[in-house]
Design a protein around this ligand. Structure first.
Ligand code: CMC
Length: 435
């Protein structure tokens, strides 16, 4: 007899049974479709942090945490990192396939022609305090973009969605670089369409109107790689935030702004900044590395090894392997004895000790994407508080691709989780003078 592709749930308190379909993915973990549960048995499911919950179907990114596998649209991250460019990956993520050379040229042209910001947007930067965190500026300015483009408010029109996506990909580097320029009292540099995506960003970050500037090819390549590795990571906190925000039919600029806010936290994209702060603390302290490892293991101490651990990866994060090698290669090409080498050596020492330690081994805690990326960014001259901004500009394509996918999904509905109420039972209002 052919086995049924279902699971049966038995409610022992009532004796009722419910057969729930198993949904089979093209790859990975099968999913139980619990949509009938509330209707048939009157229960919700309880899953804080979504440890066992698939919130949607998605064909964009495949992630196998047990085996350290990451693929965009089926292509292994290692191949994309080695052979493609960030804009090619953007095309792949949004449209589903690698572009041919004509498609890529058209796409690049489209992106190039949307890199400028409306002049009035400059006033937004100037309204922030000079010491504002650039992520705070990003949240505000990207959200404000929605008030500039009223020609694509129909989120169900694919052409309008595409225009919004192109605008976001194109303008994000300009917004990111200008948030840095403003904090440093430097003039805003306009984008240059003759440069590629990473080179143009470095130009807007570091060029001066008084001098010629050529983005160093070594850094352009490294930044392009970092952006590829951060471009998407399926339903992480910020992507889920973008989806949830967009599920109410909010405009994409507002949804991406919400994603940036979510990314900011140190448990998510803020970790790359936190890693460098931690490494600097360690190299400047009299304590050895073991002291910090012991602190990370101590349950009474809130200190964690930043850049270690991941909700999904229970083996080495494949992105961290690529970034560690790039970091090594870049440092080799810088002047001997450069100060980043000390950070890299310390990071390697921590990794070696941690990976032999039972605490980290038993919990499958390995370096993640953020562990080595900050050292490369620092070596490029990018200040610490811009690290998460670079993550945000790289992840924009992931966010907008997921939003676009959601808007086409016939099963998608406004996101509205339920709760397990744990508050007071009904009680009567007590007048103020009787309390
Ligand atoms: N240092 C020390 N202990 C850790 C660490 C760490 N970095 N990460 C997890 N643990 C311990 C944790 O205390 C827990 O121990 P126990 O089982 O005894 O209670 C166990 O490992 C499982 O951790 P968890 O917090 O339940 O795992 P999670 O899936 O909820 O959290 C995480 C994942 C990434 C938030 C967490 O590992 C962490 O805080 N890491 C440091 C921050 C970081 O590097 N974040 C970047 C993530 S990758 C990029 C991105 O997503 O943006």
């Amino acid at each position: 007899m052919k086995k049924k592709d279902t699971v049966t749930l038995i409610d022992n308190s009532t004796g009722k049974e419910l057969e729930l379909p198993i949904l089979r993915p093209t790859e990975g973990i099968a999913t139980i479709d619990v949509r009938a549960l509330y209707r048939e048995l009157g229960y919700f499911t309880y899953d804080p942090g979504f440890l066992s919950t698939a919130s949607c179907r998605s064909a964009i990114t495949y992630l196998d945490g047990a085996n350290g596998i990451l693929r965009y649209r089926g292509y292994p991250i290692e191949q994309l990192a080695e052979q493609s460019t960030f804009l090619e990956v953007c095309y792949l993520l949004y449209y589903g396939d690698l572009p041919d050379s004509k498609q890529l040229t058209t796409f690049k042209n489209d992106i190039c022609h949307h890199t400028m910001l409306h002049e009035a947007l400059k006033q937004f930067f100037i309204g922030f305090r000079r010491d504002a965190h650039p992520m705070g500026i990003m949240v505000g300015v990207v959200g404000a973009l929605s008030s500039f483009f009223h020609d694509h408010e129909d989120v169900y029109d694919p052409k309008q969605r595409q225009k919004a996506a192109h605008r976001l990909i194109a303008k994000m580097p300009t917004i990111a670089a200008w948030s840095y320029r403003y904090a440093h009292g430097l003039p805003f540099m306009y984008p240059r369409n003759d440069l590629d995506y990473a080179g143009n960003f470095l130009h807007m970050m570091f060029a001066l109107p008084t001098e010629e500037y050529t983005p160093p090819p070594l850094f352009v390549k490294a930044l392009d790689l970092i952006m590829i590795l951060h471009a998407d990571h399926e339903q992480n906190a910020s992507t889920s935030t973008v989806r949830l925000t967009g599920s109410s039919e909010a405009n994409p600029f507002a949804a991406v702004s919400a994603g940036i806010a979510s990314l900011w936290g140190p448990a998510h994209g803020g970790a790359n900044e936190a890693v460098i702060t931690m490494l600097l603390d360690i190299v400047n302290s009299d304590n050895d590395v073991q002291y910090y490892i012991d602190r990370a293991k101590d349950k009474n101490d809130r200190f964690r090894l930043m850049g270690f651990g991941h909700r999904i990866y229970k083996s080495y994060d494949p992105r961290a392997i690529i970034i560690r090698k790039t970091c090594h290669d870049i440092l080799e090409q810088l002047e001997p004895g450069n100060r980043y080498q000390e950070l890299f050596d310390t990071a390697m020492e921590i990794e070696t000790i941690a990976l032999q330690d039972d605490y980290f081994k038993s919990r499958n805690l390995y370096p993640n994407v953020d562990y080595y990326s900050g050292i490369i960014l620092l070596a490029m001259g990018i200040p610490l508080n811009m690290f998460t901004v670079i993550f945000a500009l790289s992840r924009t394509i992931g966010w907008i691709s997921h939003w676009n996918e959601m808007m086409q999904d016939p099963e998608s509905r406004i996101g509205r989780p339920r709760q397990l109420y744990s508050g007071e039972k009904p009680r009567n209002y007590v007048k103020l003078d009787s309390r």
